[in-house]
Design a protein. Structure first.
Length: 402
């Protein structure tokens, strides 16, 4: 966090209700997102839990571009179905497209046509699209999705953990936005949505925190009950006053163009170095991480032996670098058949903390990846599961080498 964020923490108001920190955060959220109503939560998955407690019931369907793990987990925990509608090109790691994170509106309309509107809890667009390699979503795509939501009478929400990075890519890649301010772009993105969830550890650059934004007062009031049950009172929701102050300041810093340019360029620096070593990575590079194509890196390891998780372990052993599997383990089991799901993309995500590392650190990470790549022929077997939780297993799964 910045010196201004630490300074804001020292001014935190810890009153149970009506704290000045709450109103400071409320003002920042209104300014940047345009939403009149919000509920603070202790982190992003808590925001999902509260929101879905209102919206999602058994048998429902929630379509999206590509739900991330906790989002899908909260949906499936309620015996509903998360349906991904990614673009076909999203699973092509080599082909270049400026907005690989887009939802496929034809697939989406097919889902909306085949199901009654009262069975569609909402449409969820993740910006940027983490499960598809941190790829951005275009403003045109969000706008088109809004039209479909109106046509079929369903709500549209944005999973907004990396909304500022998404706004940066819109500014850099989408016609008509080059001269617009990041905050103006963000406000337009949110103007097409009925609400949002936020994991503030990402683009608000805080250690803990999240929130839900609402356009509709009635939905806000319904969700308030669950916020009180699961999180805390509606003016703090699992956050201390000092953390709300840091979050309010972080929202402004996270939407600063100069910061975003530096941050995304550092991600590109790591991606360029890794690519120079001949290592297969997803392109174009995303906003928060580099995604290594584990299928191509370790082609001899079958999908049943979790090649991305195998690679993540090898990278940690090699250089103490923590990556994370974005593949079959995270995809979890089919809730009906209990068979493993094997997604098109089997990747290791190397996510870069904000404002922490130098490019020398990035060079070290790239060298560690190269060292594993040079000895990849010796990695002939993968892993098997010893123990796993019934849902969101990848957080606590125990594995052994074969």
């Amino acid at each position: 966090m910045s010196d201004k964020q630490w300074s804001a923490m020292m001014l935190g108001d810890e009153s149970y209700a009506g704290a000045s920190s709450y109103y400071k955060l409320k003002e920042a959220i209104k300014d940047i997102t345009g939403f009149d109503y919000f509920l603070p939560t202790h982190q992003g998955r808590a925001a999902e839990n509260v929101l879905f407690s209102v919206l999602v019931k058994e048998g429902d369907i929630v379509p999206g571009n590509a739900h991330f793990d906790t989002t899908k987990g909260h949906i499936e925990f309620r015996k509903a179905k998360a349906v991904d509608c990614p673009m076909v090109i999203a699973s092509d790691t080599i082909s270049w497209h400026p907005f690989k994170g887009n939802i496929d509106t034809k697939k989406l309309e097919d889902v909306l046509t085949k199901n009654p509107s009262d069975k569609i809890s909402c449409i969820m667009i993740t910006v940027t699209n983490n499960s598809s390699g941190g790829q951005p979503v275009s403003m045109a795509n969000i706008r088109e999705t809004r039209k479909l939501a109106d046509k079929y009478g369903v709500k549209l929400f944005l999973d907004s953990a990396r909304f500022a990075e998404n706004a940066y890519f819109i500014k850099m890649r989408e016609e008509g936005y080059a001269n617009k301010d990041i905050k103006d772009i963000a406000r337009e993105m949110f103007s097409y949505a009925d609400g949002m969830t936020m994991s503030s550890k990402k683009d608000a650059i805080v250690n803990m925190g999240g929130f839900i934004g609402f356009r509709d007062e009635e939905l806000f009031r319904k969700a308030s009950t669950y916020n009180i049950i699961y999180e805390g009172f509606i003016t703090y929701g699992g956050m201390s006053g000092r953390d709300m102050n840091a979050l309010a300041q972080g929202l402004y810093e996270g939407t600063d163009y100069s910061y975003l340019e530096s941050r995304i360029n550092q991600v590109a620096h790591l991606g360029t170095k890794i690519k120079e070593y001949g290592i297969p990575v997803l392109e174009p590079f995303g906003g928060h991480a580099i995604f290594i194509d584990a299928k191509k890196f370790l082609p001899g390891i079958p999908k049943e032996e979790f090649p991305a998780q195998t690679l993540a372990i090898e990278l940690y052993i090699e250089g103490g670098v923590r990556g994370v599997e974005i593949g079959a383990l995270m995809a979890d089991r089919n809730p009906d058949t209990r068979e493993n799901r094997y997604p098109d993309l089997e990747m290791v995500r190397i996510a870069i903390p904000r404002r922490v590392y130098t490019n020398n650190h990035m060079d070290y990470v790239a060298a560690a990846v190269r060292n594993v790549f040079d000895r990849r022929a010796k990695i002939q077997r993968g892993l098997r599961i010893l123990r796993e939780a019934p849902i969101m297993r990848h957080f606590t799964v125990e594995l052994e080498r074969l």
